[in-house]
Design a protein around this ligand. Structure first.
Ligand code: AHG
Ligand code: MN
Ligand code: MN
Length: 314
């Protein structure tokens, strides 16, 4: 029974109440609420924390910012103490962390604690991305996720989640409570906006032709450089396509399958959209390693299908 019936004002539905209405088990409700709570401490770090470098680098050889390390520690500690998590993988950790050995009734979590962290010092929106599986295996197809969510730290703080039964947005109020703002979000079949990541002068021929097709169609370019706000815009406006394609010299693009692409693909598919690496659905990719990267075209079904046509050349 949806909370927000057409024509009725939404009363203040909080996250835990909404999750209880999804018919999922208490451990998963508890886990998602714990992650939501951790987001409040990440917000504080983003707003007031040190903008400098941490002096370390991550699995991808990228220099870590103090905020990356702090956000990662906040979320990891919350997951460990939740009591419902067995394995943890983070974009900022080199290997999987085992919180509990016995996987029975527990979950595993892959997360990007602060995506777009390099944008904080120019005051652009950033976010936390989370992917949740049952049991202890984190290297399974994204289609097996039982939940995915992101928290967007922008002018407003919003949390968008799905447990496979629709996509729902919560917005943080003045008391720092998450209250339901959009329920059962559905994207349009096609749209007129595109978000092209990566260096255009390194685009491969198929991608270049696809972008020209979009421009001739009159699509508007919207790109912030932050994956979470850029995807949020596609979902909430219900239209358009984001891409971080294969580039000459980087055939797998930049974005990470476990921490960025699988959770966002799960959310976009549950909102009626699609996500591909140019050949197949992101959610059907077999993860090869923690640092598995893949090209991505994600958004409205029509645009994603068109991207596949141009990119696969048929
Ligand atoms: P992260 O900050 O977690 O490393 O991710 C940054 C990603 C993503 O937010 C965005 O889509 C992409 O980097 C932008 O890359 P470019 O700066 O190469 O456009
Ligand atoms: Mn990231
Ligand atoms: Mn990150």
């Amino acid at each position: 029974m949806p909370f927000s019936e057409p024509g009725k004002t939404k009363f203040q539905v909080d996250l835990r109440r909404h999750l209880r209405n999804q018919g999922i088990c208490d451990n998963l409700i508890h886990l998602i609420c714990e992650i939501a709570e951790a987001g409040k401490y990440v917000i504080n770090a983003v707003r007031t924390g040190d903008l400098g470098v941490a002096g370390t680098s991550n699995l991808y050889g990228e220099e870590q910012l103090a905020l990356d390390v702090l956000s990662d520690r906040i979320i990891r500690k919350r997951l460990i103490h939740s009591g419902v998590v067995c394995n943890i993988a983070s974009e900022e950790m080199d290997e999987i962390f085992q919180a509990q050995a016995d996987a029975d009734g527990l979950y595993s979590v892959a997360y990007d604690p602060l995506d777009g962290s390099s944008l904080v010092d120019v005051n652009l929106a950033v976010g936390t991305i989370v992917s949740i599986y049952e049991g202890c295996n984190l290297l399974q197809k994204g289609r097996n996720q039982v939940a995915a969510l992101y928290i967007l730290y922008g002018p407003r703080v919003s949390l968008v989640y799905s447990v496979g039964k629709g996509v729902h947005e919560f917005t943080m109020n003045h008391l720092m409570e998450y209250t339901l703002s959009r329920e059962n979000i559905v994207m349009k079949p096609e749209g007129d906006m595109y978000s092209p990541g990566g260096l255009r002068n390194k685009y491969q021929e198929g991608t270049e032709k696809f972008v020209r097709y979009l421009e001739e169609k009159g699509a508007k370019l919207r790109y912030s450089g932050g994956f979470v706000p850029d995807i949020n815009q596609v979902i909430m406006k219900g239209k358009g396509i984001f891409m971080y394609p294969a580039l000459n010299g980087s055939p797998n693009g930049k974005l990470r399958l476990l921490f960025e692409l699988n959770p966002m693909a799960f959310l976009v598919e549950n909102a009626g959209g699609a996500a591909t690496d140019g050949k197949q659905s992101i959610l059907d990719l077999e993860p090869q390693s923690l640092d598995h990267r893949a090209p991505v075209y994600i958004g409205c079904k029509a645009e994603v299908a068109k991207a596949m046509e141009f990119v696969s050349g048929n």
